[in-house]
Design a protein around this ligand. Structure first.
Ligand SMILES: Cc1ncc(COP(=O)(O)O)c(C=O)c1O
Length: 327
């Protein structure tokens, strides 16, 4: 009789060595994005805030980090065709990574994904397929397609290589500011948050990781309250990158018990934060990426006197949408 299988340990997230390996995969490929201060933001929040400008990352969001690391690992394993489902930024990031590494990329994007994000994925050579985010099971669709065509599914957050790549954003921030008390990140599938938690642990930092979600997609707030991974029915929000029903299973294992605070932001606050970042910080940040600044500016997150790191996670907003947001 074979011995019973050992009970599976929860995924602990990438350690210091794996984050360093991801950083070396990204060296010369990803931008080491600047960390920016704003005296006005400090004044309004009473905190000392440093902004990691991932809106200036290749393909316009931190998603390039995880996508490029995962695509590199896939290529090492012989995969020539990558498949993804994404509201936009992961699709563009994986498309770019695949092109750089000579892999074919097929992406499933919602019909209502911003046209500029669909165009970005196409411009990087991806084969774009559409789904209805409110009606269709995108995971099942993309998985069936990958199985049929011999492609490798690369999730946008629920993947150890993606999480290791995302961790490098917070690792760079902590390398410049080792004494942060708090790191604030927006949450969709939870890859950025799981990466942030992993980077904090790997750096031996005491920083607390705080999550921000839009009200229309506040599954993580519910998950923290119940202690289990919860799903919600997603509602409309300006933060299209955060519009997910639940975070991934692996991110949940990493952050569970380690992230204790999650807050929500509304569209009005997102609009004001995007405008603040354009006017006062001179950065174009999309609503999803501006969510943490929105939580700080509205006082939903009161971090007075704390040293706060914020990941401005992306800047992919079309001129037309930006104009409407600033109007
Ligand atoms: C700009 C931006 N910020 C944050 C997120 C959320 O990242 P994650 O899915 O890793 O939680 C996304 C996801 O698409 C995004 O596009």
């Amino acid at each position: 009789v074979p011995p019973p299988p050992a009970p599976q340990q929860p995924f602990a997230g990438p350690g210091a060595g794996q984050i360093a390996q991801a950083a070396s995969v990204l060296a010369g490929q990803a931008v080491r994005t600047p960390v920016i201060r704003s005296a006005e933001l400090d004044r309004r929040t009473g905190a000392c805030v440093v902004l990691k400008a991932e809106c200036l990352q290749r393909t316009g969001s931190f998603k390039f980090r995880g996508a490029f690391v995962a695509a590199t690992r896939a290529r090492e394993a012989g995969h020539r065709h990558l498949v993804a489902y994404s509201s936009g930024n992961h699709a563009a990031a994986l498309s770019r990574a695949g092109r750089l590494l000579g892999q074919r990329v097929s992406v499933f994007m919602p019909y209502d994904a911003p046209a500029s994000k669909v165009e970005a994925a196409r411009s990087f050579g991806a084969d774009v397929r559409h789904y209805d985010r409110y009606e269709q099971d995108r995971v099942a669709m993309a998985s069936a397609y990958a199985a049929e065509h011999g492609g490798l599914l690369v999730p946008s957050a629920d993947d150890p290589h993606v999480i290791a790549g995302q961790a490098t954003a917070t690792a760079e921030l902590l390398a410049e500011h080792p004494d942060l008390d708090v790191v604030v990140v927006p949450v969709g599938g939870g890859g950025l948050m799981a990466g942030a938690v992993s980077a904090v642990l790997a750096a031996g930092s005491q920083a607390e990781v705080v999550a921000v979600e839009p009200v229309g997609s506040d599954d993580f707030v519910h998950s923290l309250a119940s202690g289990q991974r919860e799903s919600v029915t997603v509602g409309a929000t300006l933060a299209d990158g955060l519009q997910l029903a639940t975070i991934g299973g692996l991110p949940w294992e990493v952050v569970r018990g380690r992230v204790r605070t999650a807050v929500t932001v509304e569209d009005d606050g997102l609009r004001s934060a995007v405008a603040f970042l354009v006017e006062r910080v001179k950065l174009v940040v999309e609503p999803s990426g501006a969510a943490p600044v929105s939580a700080l500016l509205t006082g939903t997150l009161d971090l007075r006197s704390a040293r706060v790191g914020v990941v401005l996670s992306g800047g992919n907003v079309s001129p037309e949408k930006l104009r409407a947001l600033l109007a």
